[in-house]
Design a protein around this ligand. Structure first.
Ligand code: HEM
Length: 511
């Protein structure tokens, strides 16, 4: 029948056969294209990842994404094709090539990964247009200047003192010691600080000793964002998902956390607009120049709400990681304790300025950022048609440096899984490590705006902890980092720590 092209005589089975045959041909053509003809076909990587987006989508959402990417780098080398149109890099040079600014080279810009959800406006983090980004950055930088940091120190010290008081293992004289979940308390501390600097109002978590709903919402939101971003690999699903979000036909657990955050941030901004804070805060200049720049209420809200997430979770994560590694590493613990205790005669002497020259403290922070980068994923950028690490990358390809893979590669760091602050100081600095491969704050025009604030917070917090307490982890056998799940941020398990007041003298300080 078929041979005579009498289509009317096709049986149902024949029709099914034709359909399946057609699908098979299309799939074969697709496989041939992505594995042989595609401009990224020459890069190594799992064939399955190039053929179908479900491979990377599954890994992106299963909580092991960054560990999987590192395994791929171990197997395939410093550049790996992780999706049809996407490459992951792991060398120091690729940091410079993708994120850095070199005269004469075209810039790798942010793409759809950063696009806000329908109905929301772009903020400093999500803006991809260089001119708009640069204008926003100029306005917001004012809140992060040296003068601003100086004016913010009192507030930071006030919250750190409350934190030091609250984590005390011996609440009442004569009582036994109790442990606290350090992960939770670092979150309370950094959210309270950033909340006040972004909205002019605190979340009150340190005082209450319990998470403000915003903190819980951020975590719900981060998982939802991770899920949403998985559609980046499947444009058809992406469009469908964004339309469902726009027309509010998604399961509420996916859209509600974000909507709640936006509503809460709006209320806070309304309040902030009616009050003049005592210090230069993140929005001071944007509010002062609001009329001349035509800044809308939604833009203010979006900047503030982004900064709370960008500035608190990251710093708390780094402090949790440092606490964990110090609790496992007696030599580093003692070196830091000695440095802090021999430098400061009194608790009140611990200021941002006075902690600046402490080399071991700085090295501990750098090593904490390396071994446990708060944003462990690769931050995607679109190739303008440029080379990276000596490879020509066609225009439109998505590239990133995996923070976790580059900081844990044996090609970049000796004993990459060991916490060795010494690699950042003195003679050990020349141990062959590619220190530039650790870029927790990123580099170039999109380098973290809050970097100096984060360093200042971490220096004060760690110094005050070490001056006041000795601490130990309750479960000595806990492999805490291995129990983390990686999304855009880490999902961290609890970490019970006992903070022993060092002496009657320091106990007096915290009571
Ligand atoms: C240890 C702490 C921190 C780490 C590791 C960190 C890391 C980063 C990274 C990797 C980026 C680049 C993101 C991208 O390109 O997609 C970034 C951007 C940013 N961070 Fe941080 N951050 C930290 C603390 C803070 C703090 C305290 C603030 C204060 C609000 C802050 C505010 C920002 C802002 C506003 C941006 C966007 C900058 C731009 O695109 O121009 N960060 N941060």
């Amino acid at each position: 029948m078929l041979a005579t092209h009498d289509w009317k005589g096709l049986s149902a089975m024949d029709a099914v056969g034709v359909i399946f045959g057609g699908i098979f041909l299309l799939l074969s053509a697709h496989v041939f294209y992505v594995l042989v003809l595609h401009p990224l076909a020459r890069f190594p990587g799992p064939a399955r990842a190039a053929i179908s987006p479900d491979w990377i989508m599954k890994r992106w959402t299963d909580g092991h994404f960054v560990f999987t990417i590192k395994e791929l780098h171990d197997k395939y080398g410093p550049v790996v094709r992780i999706a049809a149109n996407q490459l992951s890099f792991s060398t120091a040079r690729s940091w410079k090539d993708i994120y850095g600014h070199t005269p004469g080279r075209k810039a790798f810009l942010k793409g759809t990964f950063y696009e806000p959800m329908p109905g929301e406006v772009r903020n400093l983090l999500s803006e991809s247009d260089p001119a708009s980004h640069s204008l926003m950055r100029r306005n917001l930088s004012h809140g992060f200047s040296a003068t601003a940091l100086k004016s913010q120190e009192d507030l930071i010290q006030k919250f750190v003192d409350l934190f030091i008081l609250q984590i005390n293992g011996r609440k009442n004289p004569g009582e036994g010691l109790r442990s606290v979940d350090a992960v939770k308390w670092f979150n309370f501390l950094t959210f309270d600080i950033i909340g006040e600097l972004a909205f002019g109002d605190t979340f009150g978590s340190l005082k209450e000793g319990k998470p403000h709903f915003w903190i819980e919402t951020v975590f719900g939101g981060v998982q939802a964002i991770t899920f949403q971003r998985s559609f980046e690999y499947f444009p058809l699903l992406r469009t469908l998902f964004r339309n469902c979000y726009k027309y509010k036909i998604l399961p509420s657990r996916l859209s509600e956390p974000r909507r709640k955050m936006v509503e809460y941030a709006s209320n806070k901004i309304e309040k902030r607009l009616k009050t003049e804070p005592e210090r230069i805060d993140f929005l001071s200049k944007m509010i002062a120049t609001r009329e001349e720049n035509g800044t809308t209420f939604r833009q203010l809200q979006s900047q503030a709400d982004m900064m709370v997430v960008a500035g608190s979770e990251t710093t708390a994560t780094c402090l949790s990681g440092i606490t964990y590694y110090l609790s496992q590493n007696k030599k580093a613990y003692e070196a830091l304790a000695n440095e802090v205790r021999s430098t400061f005669g009194r608790y009140e002497d611990i200021t941002a300025r006075a902690t600046e020259p402490l080399p071991y403290l700085q090295a501990v922070i750098e090593e904490g950022l390396r071994i446990y980068p708060p944003i462990p994923i690769g931050l995607p950028r679109i190739s303008p048609g440029e080379s990276v690490d000596g490879h020509w990358i066609p225009k439109g390809a998505v590239v990133s440096v995996s923070s976790w893979a580059s900081t844990h590669s044996e090609h970049n760091f000796h004993r990459p899984f060991d916490f060795i602050p010494e690699r950042w100081i003195g003679k050990d600095k020349a141990s062959g490590d590619q220190l530039f491969a650790s870029q927790a704050f990123s580099i170039g025009s999109r380098v973290c705006l809050g970097r100096n604030l984060a360093y200042m917070e971490m220096r004060i917090i760690l110094s005050k902890i070490f001056w006041t307490y000795d601490f130990e982890i309750v479960d000595k056998s806990l492999d805490w980092v291995a129990s983390n799940r990686s999304f855009v941020f880490w999902e961290k398990p609890e970490m019970q720590i006992v903070f022993h007041p060092r002496s009657q003298e320091t106990e007096g300080v915290v009571d």
